[in-house]
Every structure is written in C-alpha cells, then in structure tokens.
Design a protein around this ligand. Structure first.
Ligand SMILES: Nc1nc2c(c(=O)[nH]1)N[C@H]1C(S)=C(S)[C@@H](COP(=O)(O)O)O[C@H]1N2
Ligand SMILES: [Mo]
Length: 269
C-alpha cells in the first residue's frame, strides 16, 4: 500500500469545525479576562493621583530609589562656559501676571497648623541675600524628557534653615546629630497657592539644594521665578518651584501638584 503524504491527508471537516470553535472560545475567554481586568483597574481608588495598583508600584520604586541611591549623592557640576544662555521657560502654574516682585515677601510657618504670630516669619530679599552665596551649574532635567545645563545663584536651603532656626520641632537650628528633631518634610507654595511641592527633609538639606535669586549671574527673570525659586538638582524639574511665596514644615507629606496628577512623590533622579 502506498504511504499517504501527510500533507495530502484530509482533516475531516468535523475536526476543523471543532478546532475553530475551540479557538474562538479561548479567544473570547481571554478577551473577557482582559476587559474585566481593565475595568477592575479603573475602579481602583485614585485619591492620591494614580490608580491604586499603579501607585503601589510607584511607592515601591520610591523605597528602592532611596535605599539604593541614598539622597546624598552629589550631582555633576559644570564650568560656566557650558551653561546655556537661552534658558528654557517651562511651566506657568502659579505664575500669573498679577504679581509684584517689589512688594513680595516670603512667609514661613515654623510649625504645621500654627498661625500664632510668633510662629510665622516674614522675610524680604535683602534678608535672603545676606545669607552665604552659592553658585550652581548643573544639568537641569525635566520629566518631559529635555535637559539643559543652567547656571543658578542663591543660598543653600540648609544655610537658610540654620540661620532662621527652621525645620525643627524644638525651634532650634537643625543639627545633624539630632535628626529626630527635624520635621520630615518641607512644603513650598507660590503666592497664589496654585503650584505647590513637598520635599523630604534630607533632600532639602542636600548641599546642592538652593533658594535661587540669580540666573546666568544676573537677577532671576520673572518667568524663571523671580524673586526666589527653588533649585533642587537631585530631583526632576517639577520640584524646582518658581516664585516661592510660602514655606512650611510637616511630619506628613505636604500636598504636591504633580503627585496629585499621577507622578511619584519623590521625583528623584
Ligand atoms: N510655579 C511653578 N514652578 C514650576 C513649574 C510651574 O508650572 N509653576 N513647573 C516646573 C517644571 S515642570 C519645570 S521643568 C521647571 C522649569 O523651570 P524653568 O521654567 O526655569 O525652565 O519649573 C518647575 N517649577
Ligand atoms: Mo518639568
């Protein structure tokens, strides 16, 4: 008997039909799971700016970031010649036209939820300028994907806290040998409260975190946050708030504009 070529062998029609039905059943079952999964994800709580299961991943990332990297590494600094003269302007939340640089003052609340007159401090630029000067040229990175080497001048945030005895429960100057006395977070807001960030104390005390009032060795332009902005190179640009109006301290996370919109709270590089 001649061996039949396997390819020529006819698969009974009944068999084909059964396989077709089976693959459709499998397809619809998988589709069902996918749709149910998507619906489940979208039913999850979004109160802290991202779907809860996704937020859980971001929170894990945050822990890993601070455990591995630490918050104390120094960001690379550049010579002045490398600094871009054409500095990009990005983000205008809280940057409305109805603002007078000349009558600006910084309001600092020494303790959370406290409005007693002796816990509120008002400072002007003359007082800020008396603090030691620090120049900083680094690669400014935005989460949107661009970066630019820019030149800033101001005062270290840590010098500001030390000079005005801020950031501690006791009201004494911050002391590295008493970390338990420090508040866990610093909150910063624009004068109209439209843009706001929260930053962990360790990152605020970092030696490259500055309150900046100069750019390219000249007075800070209005659209870059005059008279005073934050420059925090160990984090993405979203944390470098322009036009600071209020500073306060807290042991719980201060509200944060981009965190509420789904970014991770730390925004560490
Ligand atoms: N007040 C205020 N500060 C802000 C923003 C903003 O929208 N409003 N945007 C942030 C973002 S996303 C970036 S990348 C930097 C951009 O700073 P630049 O405009 O000096 O480039 O500012 C940050 N600070
Ligand atoms: Mo940004």
């Amino acid at each position: 008997m001649k061996k039949k070529d396997l390819r020529e062998e006819e698969i009974p029609v009944k068999n084909i039909r059964r396989r077709t039905i089976l693959s459709f059943v499998v397809f619809f079952v998988l589709m069902g799971f996918a749709i149910a999964g998507w619906k489940w994800l979208n039913r999850q709580d979004t109160s802290d700016g991202a779907l809860k299961p996704l937020r859980a991943v971001l929170n894990e990332n945050e822990k890993i970031n601070s455990a591995i990297e630490g918050r104390n590494h120094l960001v690379k600094e550049y010579p002045k010649s490398k600094a871009d003269k054409n500095v990009r302007v990005n983000g205008d939340v809280g940057m409305g036209d109805d603002f007078m640089v000349d009558t600006w003052e910084l309001t600092v609340n020494r303790h959370p939820e406290s409005n007693s007159p002796d816990s509120v401090l008002h400072l002007n630029m003359d007082e800020i300028r008396k603090l030691p000067f620090k120049n900083l040229i680094f690669d400014f990175k935005c989460v949107e994907g661009w970066s630019q080497i820019t030149n800033w001048g101001g005062t270290k945030f840590s010098d500001f806290l030390i000079r005005y005895h801020l950031g501690t429960h006791s009201g004494k100057a911050p002391d590295p040998s008493h970390p338990e006395d420090m508040y866990k977070y610093v909150g910063l807001m624009t004068p109209d409260s439209a843009y706001y960030v929260g930053i962990d104390m360790q990152s605020i005390m970092h030696s490259q975190t500055i309150l900046a009032y100069e750019m390219n060795d000249s007075i800070l332009p209005k659209n870059q946050g005059a008279p005073l902005r934050l420059i925090i190179p160990i984090k993405y640009g979203i944390k470098s708030i322009k036009r600071i109006g209020y500073i306060y301290f807290s042991d719980t996370r201060p509200k944060d504009y981009w965190f509420e919109r789904g970014y991770d709270y730390d925004a560490a590089l």
